[in-house]
Design a protein around this ligand. Structure first.
Ligand code: ATP
Ligand code: MG
Length: 322
């Protein structure tokens, strides 16, 4: 298995609940966890990416993605191998096919092709290279990434058909591991919670005062009514609850709210308490990792990632006769 995250900011509880928690629940030992700093360059400032790449690793470690079960590395640490692999894959796909990838189509719709850079166009190919180089057969993805994974499957099939002698498969066709699609919404009602929309996000590094302020001003629904924003807050509360008793309290608040009672103030106070308890534990854990620890873990991860990558690359080159 392989999974990656773009170092474009501190992680949010959306990243944790939507990607990291399910990963910890389903990942096999030996899963590759990488910081997609080259992917970060698609739309983030290079110095921002450089600033956050160690922080994201620290977040992962503190959340339980530990280096005895997983190998963690920076994508740029095997950047040359990744770029070379992407070069070998690129001729196998047409520009028209890439333009049909929904994520790109959405961005192009905004400002036309003028506004979409080539990194965005190449994103699925680079992602395919990440997957192939670590010989991953299973990729946990949210629905937003399914189309990208399909590109990787197509590329593997084409490469094997074109260069696999007597039916041998040089590249593994990766399958998606569908995660329970879970979308945490932005607290201020603007789409999904994202690192890049800080106003509506709860960061794992936020102080209790900041969390309290953000939740107090979060969008909810009128008594007797339900909407996606309130549902999302309820989801955060129940998923972060430490025990059934707390979960039951959240459910009772919802029942009373739907019956027309004014309970949002109490609901929010409980939510603040639950979120802050979770963050407090996380933040204490986070302090245990020094930069030296992190660099050492990344160095080990790089060795493993690079060894695999080089072996796959030489298989590809042998098959291509290049
Ligand atoms: P950015 O704003 O830079 O795109 P992001 O918060 O969307 O940041 P990504 O690095 O794009 O984070 O995604 C990391 C992982 O977190 C992905 O697996 C993605 O599906 C998941 N994820 C991101 N936001 C949410 C959310 N609001 N709810 C659930 N999962 C999410
Ligand atoms: Mg995103």
């Amino acid at each position: 298995m392989i999974t990656g995250v773009r170092p474009t900011g501190f992680l949010t509880i959306g990243n944790y609940l939507g990607a990291i928690k399910p990963l910890l629940e389903s990942a096999e030992d030996g899963t590759a966890v990488f910081v997609a700093d080259l992917h970060g360059l698609t739309d983030a400032d290079p110095s921002t990416v450089a600033k956050y790449r160690l922080e994201v690793v620290r977040d992962y470690l503190a959340l339980g993605v530990d280096s005895s079960r997983f190998y963690l590395y920076l994508q740029s640490a095997i950047g040359r191998e990744t770029a070379l692999c992407a070069s070998y894959l690129s001729p196998l796909m047409s520009v028209a096919e890439l333009l049909r990838v929904p994520t790109l189509k959405d961005k192009v719709k905004g400002g036309g092709p003028e506004s979409a850079n080539v990194a965005l166009l190449n994103y699925p190919i680079l992602m395919a290279a990440d997957i192939f180089l670590q010989q991953a057969s299973l990729v946990p993805v949210g629905e937003d990434q399914l189309a990208h994974l399909e590109v990787a499957r197509v590329l593997a099939t084409r490469f094997n058909r074109l260069y696999g002698h007597d039916g041998s498969r040089v590249l593994i066709e990766p399958k998606p591991l569908a995660l329970k699609s879970l979308r945490i919404l932005s607290l201020n009602g603007e789409g999904k919670m994202s690192k890049s929309n800080p106003a509506g996000a709860i960061f794992l590094t936020d102080s209790s005062a900041v969390v309290s302020k953000k939740i107090k001003s979060a969008v909810t629904a009128l008594p007797g009514e339900m909407n996606p924003n309130l549902e999302s807050l309820f989801l955060i509360g129940t998923l972060l609850s430490e025990n059934d008793e707390t979960r039951t309290k959240f459910e009772e608040f919802m029942t009373n709210h739907l019956a027309g009672e004014k309970v949002m103030g109490y609901f929010k106070n409980l939510l603040i308490e639950v979120v802050n308890r979770f963050l407090d534990l996380f933040q204490r854990e986070r302090k245990l990792y020094s930069n030296e620890d992190i660099l050492e873990i990344l160095e080990e991860g790089k060795d493993k990632a690079r060894e695999k990558a080089r072996s796959v690359l030489s298989d590809m080159e042998r098959a291509m006769g290049f």
